[in-house]
Design a protein around this ligand. Structure first.
Ligand SMILES: Cc1cc2nc3c(=O)[nH]c(=O)nc-3n(C[C@H](O)[C@H](O)[C@H](O)COP(=O)(O)OP(=O)(O)OC[C@H]3O[C@@H](n4cnc5c(N)ncnc54)[C@H](O)[C@@H]3O)c2cc1C
Length: 547
């Protein structure tokens, strides 16, 4: 059993009850994860509590890109482009197995958002500022070249295009790898623990929190010198829990993505294109599927289960059918979908897509430090800033280490530096072939787990109903990634739910049985996940019939 196994949950809860920590982090999305790792690495003793599964909020529902900040260029914010681009290079280095450069094509249409000259100049400026390596710089496409690269693209008023590079990632795996690294350094992280009360000491400063264990309804107190609120869209709600000193900051907007099979929407390259209402959306090929998004609308509903409305579906279908005029995508072609909430900092009187994606760090009268807004891409820098703030306010800097997260490789990216990434991949494919794994199975495991793939390969499992690569991957996530339910495994430890739904349907029962046996679960706990899972299938069916 690995140290970050659910079988150690009671041991960890005992520790949470008995120890006084330096810092409590509330929220296990990418923002909380980043702060957890940064603070732990500096030498602070930290714990993290997450009320759902890790990354079950926005951090598993993004467009899954580590951006270089191109959109900030349009706003004239050169400094931000420079910072974001630099940061992208850092994340690509520390999370090598989860960040892949991917060419994105920008069609240039007469009367569209940009002329070719404007775009080429903008990209030149962007690539200089963002320090994009030479081999990954943009290239021009003539009209015919673009049509060849994107068969079916409408050619009326099409002038050509430009290809530039974005980095694709796996948002929830990035979050879990950051958390795992912090746990490896001595941090304590427990999911399905909800912060229900912020408790002020006699001096009026919050120095403990009350949490409720969602799995048992048990409640207990955790003590710390400093409390950090990293609850994304829930940031204001958490502060309301406490007192009248709430500073409302968040203006949530919803973003929906739809997934199509490549048989229906065939793309070999990603495209970033204009919508009829002058926004821009992505269509990105991934693992035999194409995902399209995102919408951007204000949202006031349930933050835990953001809905997908008929108008969200209609909007994305219309945008695709407009750009690919023969495509005729319909709602019944949708094979997957997700909806996420952006925790944006409110800027009065702005439309959703005009609100800046900046982040803020602020403290209320009771001393709770909150961090909200920002992007997946900037998580490490955000963490560095808030930990600096916490250290200035609560700790003795001289006794702590400086921040070194820009070179600290995440779990899964600790490769032998004497070999190239591709040599290591080839060696892994050879070892996997000897065990009878198919090339695509081995590649999939490597792309999700990087340097941990070898450990997965070497696990022992008894032959069962599911393929060996999947069984071993499941066992690894049970032992090392605090998996508690089939949904944790299928949605947030792997991307199977989004991109290989057919495998989920095929193997759900076997996966469920293996997890139940491993965890010795009670029937009502099993039923809860099955209900949730069935609700997601019902949602997909409704989407299929929505228009
Ligand atoms: C549609 C969409 C597309 C996006 N695309 C990109 C992209 O391509 N690239 C990019 O860089 N960024 C992107 N973003 C932005 C990025 O995803 C978010 O900025 C980021 O995931 C926010 O992370 P977070 O940790 O702040 O919030 P979350 O991931 O929501 O985490 C907050 C966590 O706090 C937990 N929580 C809440 N209340 C409590 C409590 N009381 N006790 C314990 N836990 C609690 C929640 O369960 C949740 O897991 C996108 C966002 C959306 C919505």
């Amino acid at each position: 059993m690995g140290d970050f196994s659910i079988l150690n949950r009671q041991r960890d809860i005992k520790l949470l009850k008995s120890k006084e920590f330096d810092l409590i982090l509330i929220g296990g999305g990418i923002t909380g994860a980043g702060v957890f790792l940064d603070a732990q690495q500096r030498g602070l003793s930290c714990c993290l509590v997450e009320m759902q599964d890790f990354a079950e909020g926005t951090s598993s529902k993004s467009t899954k890109l580590i951006h270089g900040g191109l959109r900030y260029l349009k706003q004239g914010n050169f400094r931000l482009v420079h910072e974001t681009g630099k940061e992208r290079n850092v994340v690509a280095h520390i999370a090598r197995h989860l960040t892949y450069p991917k060419e994105v094509l920008l069609p240039i249409i007469k009367g569209g958002s940009f002329s070719k000259l404007q775009l080429k100049f903008a990209l030149w400026v962007y690539e200089e500022l963002a320090q994009v390596p030479k081999e990954l710089r943009h290239s021009s496409y003539s009209k015919n070249e673009l049509i060849n690269a994107l068969p079916g693209i409408q050619n009326k008023n099409l002038l050509g295009g430009i290809g530039y590079v974005e980095y694709q990632t796996n948002d929830s795996r990035l979050t879990i790898e950051v958390i795992k690294k912090a746990v490896e350094l001595g941090g304590v992280a427990v999911s399905r623990l909800r912060a229900s009360e912020l408790i002020e000491g006699e001096n009026g400063v919050v120095s403990s929190i009350r949490v409720k264990d969602i799995t048992s309804n048990d409640t207990f107190t955790i003590n710390a010198k400093c409390v950090v609120n990293a609850t994304g869209p829930w940031t204001d709600n958490l502060l309301t829990v406490k007192s009248n000193s709430i500073i409302a900051k968040i203006k949530p907007t919803k973003g929906v993505h739809l997934v199509f099979d490549q048989n229906r929407f065939s793309l070999s390259k990603a495209i970033y294109f204009d919508t009829p209402d002058k926004r821009m959306i992505f269509a990105i090929p991934e693992d035999g599927k194409v995902y399209v998004g995102t919408t951007d609308t204000f949202y006031e509903g349930d933050l835990t289960n953001p809905t997908i409305s008929n108008s969200d579906v209609a909007y994305l279908l219309a945008a695709c059918n407009n750009m690919f005029s023969e495509l005729d995508l319909k709602s019944e072609d949708i094979v997957g979908a997700w909806s996420g909430i952006r925790p944006l900092i409110d800027e009065k009187n702005k439309r959703p897509s005009e609100i800046s994606r900046k982040y803020e760090i602020y403290q209320d009268a009771s001393g709770v430090l909150s961090i909200a807004g920002g992007k997946l891409t900037g998580y490490r820098k955000m963490a560095e800033k808030i930990v600096n703030t916490a250290i200035d306010k609560y700790f003795h800097k001289a006794s702590l280490y400086p921040c070194n997260t820009s070179t600290l490789k995440l779990a899964g990216s600790e490769f032998d530096s004497n070999k190239s990434y591709y040599e290591i991949l080839e060696e892994f494919l050879d070892s996997a072939a000897k065990l009878g794994w198919k090339v695509e199975e081995a590649k999939w495991v490597f792309s999700q787990f990087g340097s941990q793939a070898e450990a997965i390969l070497n696990l022992q499992v008894v032959e069962g109903d599911i393929p060996e690569y999947l069984h071993k991957t499941l066992l690894f996530t049970l032992e090392n990634e605090l998996v508690q339910t089939p949904s944790d495994f299928f949605i947030r430890r792997t991307n199977l739910f989004n991109f290989h739904f057919e495998l989920v349907v095929l193997h759900y029962d076997s996966v469920s049985q293996i997890i139940n046996a491993y965890l010795n679960l009670k029937p009502d706990q099993i039923a809860t996940d099955e209900r949730k899972f069935n609700a997601m299938i019902d949602t997909l069916k409704k989407i299929n019939q929505s228009l």
